[in-house]
Design a protein around this ligand. Structure first.
Ligand SMILES: [Fe+2]
Length: 675
């Protein structure tokens, strides 16, 4: 920066300008960049070129500093800036992240977050913090034009058999940064090399002793399930704290189709009758009857099981009965822990096969990746990047369209691992997603507190050791307060909500209740008042739900994948045989012969390992900070402190837990779905 002569200092009003250029492919520019400053008294600086002639400015990921003369004697407090560029140079596209202006007389700092591609020869006006409701935006025409372009860019379409709409055409803006820390190919390559060097003397498992051969630490470590999988206590624990933790519910009545016998159950219920266990809230159920007649791999047997669980005197949740198919029949008996050892084990394995199918298709792909892609598109389609709700949600939608575009087809499309490694095949995966989506509501399954309440599992005294619930609750409270603080600041009266046409359009597009001719909308059920937002509480509910699903829900169902799937006897994606149809004893070899081949299992482990990698920063520590508004910054600081406190509490809990639960430690929960 040059030294100012005292005569210059007095003649003109000087400012320091700092410009951050984006860190994605093609962000840097060789074009000429200009700026003009406007103050609250409607004075304007001259047109100023931001240029250090001896430096290569505005390179990707760089920060450039300029000392500029406004060319006028004095400017009052700044109100907005104009920026624009020409088309000089080979690389003229420019993605600008943020511009900071410091008044050298008053030392006052003005922050203008941009987060946009700046188009050539088009003057772009930016207000401080760029966080304003549409009805308060003085540059309404600019905002409308920008949103029109985004509406064309972000459109929904039905892809394949899925009934949840996805992106119609992938926008180049959504591509991963080249140096995105998580690189699918390099991890897959590393793990794949380990997989290739494995040599097996037999194709299939003969016994549990063979299992040891599978692992290759540290690339393919031995999952903890190896040592614990047979026991009923672990089976119960995994239903609460494995990678599919949201299906267990309090049993207030045994379904008519569940042919459990009081006589068979009584010895397992520590002397209580079924009625007594229900009265004392000690009986729980998981019911996967909705898998009935699911299309799956040719010749494969897919169960639609239900299982009863009991909280015993030692406070452990243990399975007490499993029925593998929906309707009672002689060849569809209820299995109990008192049955022959390997018959009971096989019944548990078939239950887990159904659990894994629901997990991968619905809990993971469908209700986090796909539904949140749809929500992200709705947000890009309806809200200006200057909208407070857009800025609040942006870090949590980062990469989701890209990861789905890049990875989801490899996982659930035709010829994907769903076809090679899952009993459901890709057809079954789509069908499970569609059946789940048909019943799914944002204000029920998509609302953490309501979901716990509906399932009757919100009380730790009733269902102890439900670590998923206890840890998720801490983060949920932090997210809710963070979102609510910012939302209430902008919507301090119902009139502000009614008058926000972008917000109402977002509600309509999400809910899809009054779609225009030919328009594809999300059609998400359970959006407050069918998308007609009336209060700040309505908006907070949706925003909290989306942030929670993108961070906590996804982390809970994603990062335990290796621990569960890498040991298929505990969580098999496919069983090559027949489910037990009687209580006849079966041998250990009968059980193990149903497992996939060892090569298939190593393939599964490779995929599971890749999916368990974290590539982005933890919650609250954003890759890109979108909010600089003072109220937003204060809320963000509080959010970070709340998360830190939650982390301390979880550390403390894990010191005394029999098995530490780490998937929802805030340091392990990414901001968005990026794997
Ligand atoms: Fe995922």
């Amino acid at each position: 920066m040059g030294v100012l002569l005292s005569s210059q200092k007095h003649r003109f009003h000087y400012f320091d300008v700092t410009v951050d250029t984006g860190d994605r492919k093609g962000s840097g520019t060789d074009s000429h960049i200009y700026i003009a400053l406007h103050d609250v008294d409607e004075n304007r600086s001259i047109d100023i070129e931001l240029n250090h002639t001896l430096q290569d400015n505005f390179q990707r990921g760089s920060t450039d500093h300029f000392r500029i003369s406004s060319g006028v004697k004095s400017l009052a407090d700044l109100k907005f800036i104009e920026i624009w560029r020409d088309t000089t140079g080979l690389f003229d596209d420019w993605c600008c992240e943020i511009i900071t202006v410091v008044d050298l007389r008053t030392k006052k700092k003005y922050i203008f977050p941009v987060h946009r591609w700046i188009l050539p020869h088009k003057i772009f006006h930016l207000q401080q913090y760029d966080m304003v409701l549409p009805q308060d935006d003085e540059k309404a025409a600019q905002r409308r034009d920008e949103l029109e372009i985004r509406k064309r860019l972000y459109q929904l379409a039905y892809v394949g058999d899925l009934q949840i709409p996805r992106i119609k055409d992938f926008p180049s803006d959504e591509a991963f940064s080249e140096d995105y820390k998580w690189d699918i190919r390099s991890i897959a390559l590393k793990v794949g090399i380990a997989a290739k060097i494995r040599e097996f003397t037999t194709e299939r498992f003969q016994s549990l002793d063979d299992v040891e051969d599978l692992y290759y630490p540290p690339i393919l470590p031995k999952p903890w399930a190896v040592n614990n999988w047979r026991c009923d206590k672990e089976f119960g624990y995994n239903r609460m704290n494995g990678c599919n933790p949201s299906h267990i519910r309090l049993c207030s009545q045994i379904p008519n189709s569940f042919a459990v016998s009081e006589d068979d159950l009584k010895p397992i219920l520590e002397g209580l009758t079924i009625e007594e266990t229900i009265d004392r809230k000690r009986l729980f159920i998981i019911n996967f009857e909705f898998l009935r007649d699911l299309p799956c791999q040719e010749g494969a047997k897919m169960c639609a099981p239900k299982a009863l669980f009991f909280v015993n005197n030692e406070k452990y949740l243990i399975p007490v009965a499993i029925q593998l198919f929906p309707d009672p029949a002689d060849d569809n008996p209820v299995f109990y822990p008192s049955d022959p050892e390997y018959t009971w084990l096989l019944a548990k394995m078939y239950f887990c096969n159904a659990d894994a199918s629901v997990h991968q298709a619905a809990s993971h792909f469908g209700m986090t990746h796909v539904v949140m892609e749809s929500a992200a598109i709705a947000t890009h389609h309806c809200l200006s990047p200057s909208h407070p709700i857009f800025r609040l949600l942006a870090p949590h939608f980062l990469n989701i369209i890209a990861i789905n575009n890049k990875g989801l087809d490899l996982l659930m499309g035709k010829g994907s691992i769903s076809d090679t490694l899952m009993v459901t095949g890709s057809v079954g995966v789509s069908e499970i997603i569609n059946r789940t989506w048909k019943e799914w509501r944002l204000d029920q399954q998509g609302s953490f507190l309501k979901d716990l309440e509906d399932r009757g599992v919100d009380d730790p005294d009733v269902l102890p050791n439900y670590h998923y619930r206890d840890d998720a609750l801490l983060i949920h409270n932090a997210i809710r307060e963070y979102a609510r603080t910012i939302i209430e600041c902008f919507y301090d009266s119902p009139a502000k909500i009614e008058g926000d046409h972008e917000l109402q359009e977002w509600g309509r597009f999400l809910s899809g209740t009054s779609s225009k001719m030919g328009e594809i909308t999300v059609k998400m059920k359970g959006v407050p008042n069918d998308g007609n937002f009336r209060s700040a509480e309505d908006v907070s509910e949706v925003v909290t739900g989306f942030i929670f699903i993108c961070s906590v829900t996804h982390a809970a169902v994603n990062f335990g994948i290796y621990d569960q799937y890498a040991f298929p006897p505990s969580y098999p994606g496919w069983l090559h045989g027949d489910p037990p149809t009687s209580k006849e004893p079966v041998s250990e070899q009968d059980v193990f012969s149903q497992l996939p081949t060892k090569q298939d299992i190593v393939h599964w482990m490779t995929v599971a390992k890749v999916l368990s990698e974290r590539g982005t920063k933890p919650l609250g520590d954003f890759e890109l900070q979108y909010i600089y508004h003072p109220v937003g910054l204060e809320a963000l600081n509080k959010f970070r402190k709340d998360l830190e406190r939650a982390g301390d509490i979880i550390d403390e809990r894990n010191r005394t837990r029999e098995t530490p639960y780490t998937y929802l430690h805030p340091k392990q929960v990414p901001n968005s779905i990026s794997i």
